[in-house]
Ligand binder design. Structure first.
Ligand code: ADP
Ligand code: MG
Length: 698
């Protein structure tokens, strides 16, 4: 149960004045749907509005706040929209013009009544020898001067929400906050000069200078530490909880595995064999398995997963494989189905799209134990899905699911062993910190016959050449991916960019061009994917995609990957995307197109990618290079998504939080002391409800 003191923070953003359902939807896109998500939406820059000159002393080019008397309004003649609406304002030293393009007379007459005194703020310009201000950011009566003459925080926006709206929403959100019980050790607060949670939160939203935006600002550090401590505490509690549970000993006779191995058209690599052995050992022990299987895209994790699931089935139990998307679940199903048939066992696919009737039959089969393997999306979590004897849960692409979901699936059987697979190699230092003592297996060698991918970086200015190369490749029968970047601020813009690109390519290459994007219905998506995969008489050879193809999708015939605005992607994600090609016999190419204004860091990252195909090395470099200012970094790299902490800047805090969490649980395992109770609040504040649920109430 969430502590009452947090209720105001977890209310919907519609609880804030001025936010109705329409705006709330935009806020959901921007930062999330509750008040606390808004509070975690931190400023990225500042505008200093404290400069308050008289008109004749105002320096062009500077942002100034002026107190003026409103003079005459000059509306544009007739309906000529190109002429701006002008308002003259003055003080005792001179006059200047306020300029409004497409200005609405009724609005301007109301906010700037002739003869009134107004405080205006914006950038001063000189235009044919006179001073003017175009679209002031603020026009307020004198009584509201205090709201303007500040260092104004500037927030990331999304289309449809203005800077002033976010500012106001945040003021209202902050007004709902109060001090929370202190969960950080007082000696630490003192040593690092950190203020309380409430003070720090207010400070982050009222930066006095650009320095306050840096990752090493004390207020930001404190809040980042809170987040890391919550995460480390959750990890440590999971671990402690796991230690308390003994697992079932699951061993098989190898009969099913032998049949599948015989049916495979290839031999396992050493890495795959080793991984299966390690997992078999874990399952046979009476500890509950929690193992991470890491391996680059294409390293062959699926077959490892299948073989381990067969161990469970050989032992007379069931296993489940969960994938983060519909497409992936389907693909796993299709890969595994013929092999399961070879082994003579029954499997099923459960996704959000499974029809009610088929679903009922499936649920019966799982409950009776007749169906041995279930493959699906998070639909597998639903409460009516019950297994007769679930012994193993395999979770593909782990970082897309939260700890909570992992626990829910685990709860569907007794002492379920867990295998978590990820294709985003995570540096070893980080796995330790993030997953505690989770065991891991790594698939480092690629299956035989894989060839390196010829990777090149190309200026987007040379798009003509790229079109030419794409045309030649198509003539030779190539299958090509063309990925358009995710524009974080807006799904609509993403989509527009991908649609435009598909249209433009279509003009050259006709209906061999297809488009998939995140907004499409599952069926439409499948239809296009199937045409690309080749099961269609209207084949798609050039597939334009937003990043929906990011994980897992397997079209072995694809040999060319074009990534537009590669500089906007995280390195690990680029590496994953590139791994979509180079899966078949033919040599493959990856073209990384970069746009104007690419930064030095971005250039360095693309170079790493060009020079290396080693996912683990790329992941280490990604972490090293990703500066705190690169907002796109964390979210797209596939690393666990911290809202406030920046792992490239706050690595020390992470280590400190890990040690602190251990110490806390040693002394107060059930969080019952005063500090312990404060820590419970912290866990809920960062949505670790699932682990908090382990605690006895107190
Ligand atoms: P990922 O690790 O990305 O999930 P997959 O399991 O999808 O990789 O495997 C990628 C491809 O490699 C599949 O087509 C699979 O059949 C093939 N593959 C897996 N293991 C081997 C192997 N030992 N030798 C040859 N091909 C393999
Ligand atoms: Mg996979």
């Amino acid at each position: 149960m969430r502590p009452e003191i947090l209720y105001p923070l977890f209310g919907p953003t519609t609880n804030l004045a001025g936010i109705g359902p329409r705006l709330a939807a935009l806020y959901t896109q921007l930062c999330g749907d509750s008040v606390v998500d808004l509070l975690w939406h931190f400023p990225i820059s500042v505008i200093d509005r404290r400069y308050q000159p008289k008109i004749n002393a105002a320096e062009p080019g500077r942002v100034a706040t002026l107190t003026v008397t409103v003079g005459t309004h000059a509306k544009p003649p007739g309906r000529n929209a190109r002429q701006p609406y002008r308002v003259t304002v003055f003080d005792d030293t001179g006059e200047m013009g306020l300029v409004f393009f497409h200005g609405r007379a009724d609005y301007l007459e109301k906010s700037l009544p002739e003869g009134s005194t107004r405080v205006i703020s914006g950038r001063v310009e000189a235009y044919s020898g006179k001073l003017q201000m175009t679209h002031p950011d603020f026009i307020v009566p004198e009584s509201e001067r205090d709201q303007v003459t500040i260092v104004q925080p500037v927030y990331p926006l999304t289309a449809g929400i203005s800077q002033n709206q976010v500012g106001k929403a945040l003021r209202n959100a902050l007004a709902k906050t109060t001090e929370l019980p202190e969960w950080i050790d007082p000696s630490v607060l003192q040593r690092d000069g950190w203020a309380s949670w409430h003070m720090s939160l207010k400070a982050v939203h009222a930066p006095g200078s650009p320095d306050n935006l840096e990752a090493d600002d004390p207020a930001r550090m404190r809040l980042a530490y809170d987040e890391l401590l919550a995460s480390q505490l959750a990890v440590a509690m999971l671990r402690a909880n796991r230690r308390r549970q003994t697992g079932a000993r699951v061993t098989g006779d190898g009969a099913l595995r032998a049949r599948v191995l015989a049916a495979l058209p290839f031999r396992l690599t050493n890495g795959q064999e080793q991984a299966v052995r390690d997992i078999a050992t874990d399952m046979a022990s009476d500890n509950r398995m929690l193992r991470l299987l890491q391996g680059d895209v294409g390293s062959g994790k699926t077959v490892v997963a299948l073989l381990t699931m067969l161990i469970a089935v050989e032992a007379g139990s069931q296993a489940a494989l969960m994938a983060p998307t519909e497409i992936l679940a389907q693909q796993h199903y299709q890969t595994i189905l013929p092999l399961a048939e070879a082994a003579g066992i029954e499997i099923t696919l459960i996704t959000g799209r499974t029809k009610a009737k088929a679903r009922r039959a499936t649920l019966d089969g799982l409950a009776s134990g007749q169906i041995a393997l279930a493959i699906g999306t998070h639909a597998l979590f639903q409460s009516d899905v019950a297994f007769k004897a679930l012994a193993l849960a395999v979770i593909d692409e782990q970082h897309r699911f939260g700890v909570h979901q992992r626990l829910t699936l685990g709860a569907k059987g007794r002492a379920v062993d867990m295998l978590v697979m990820t294709a985003t190699p995570i540096p070893r230092t980080l796995t330790l910190a993030l997953y505690g003592d989770m065991d891991e297996s790594r698939l480092t060698e690629k299956p035989a016959g894989r060839r390196p991918i010829d990777t090149r970086t190309i200026d987007l200015e040379r798009l003509d050449d790229v079109y030419g190369a794409v045309g030649r490749a198509l003539d030779q029968g190539a299958k090509i991916y063309w990925v358009c970047p995710l524009v974080e601020e807006s799904v609509a813009i993403d989509l527009a960019a991908a649609t435009d690109r598909a249209h433009s390519l279509g003009q050259f290459f006709g209906d061999r061009v297809g488009l998939v994007h995140g907004q499409m219905k599952g069926k439409e998506k499948d239809a296009v994917m199937n045409r690309f995969a080749g099961d269609s008489d209207a084949p798609v050879d050039l597939l334009v995609a937003t990043t929906v193809i990011e994980v897992g999708v397997d079209v072995a015939a694809a040999t060319v990957m074009v990534i537009e605005h590669a500089e906007r992607f995280g390195l690990a994600q680029l590496h994953q995307l590139r791994g979509r090609v180079g899966r078949g016999e033919k040599p493959s190419t990856c073209l990384l197109l970069y746009g104007k204004g690419i930064t030095g860091t971005a250039r360095a990252r693309l170079k790493i990618l060009r020079d290396s195909q080693d996912g683990f090395r790329i992941a280490e470099e990604d972490l090293r290079l990703r500066g705190g200012g690169e907002i796109l970094g964390t979210r797209q790299s596939g690393l666990p998504d911290f809202r406030l902490a920046d792992l490239s800047a706050h690595a020390d805090l992470l280590a400190m939080a890990r040690d602190d969490a251990r110490l806390i649980l040693d002394r107060d395992p059930n969080l019952e002391t005063e500090r312990g109770r404060a820590l419970r609040v912290l866990l809920y504040l960062f949505r670790r409800d699932a682990v908090a649920g382990y605690l006895k109430s107190g």
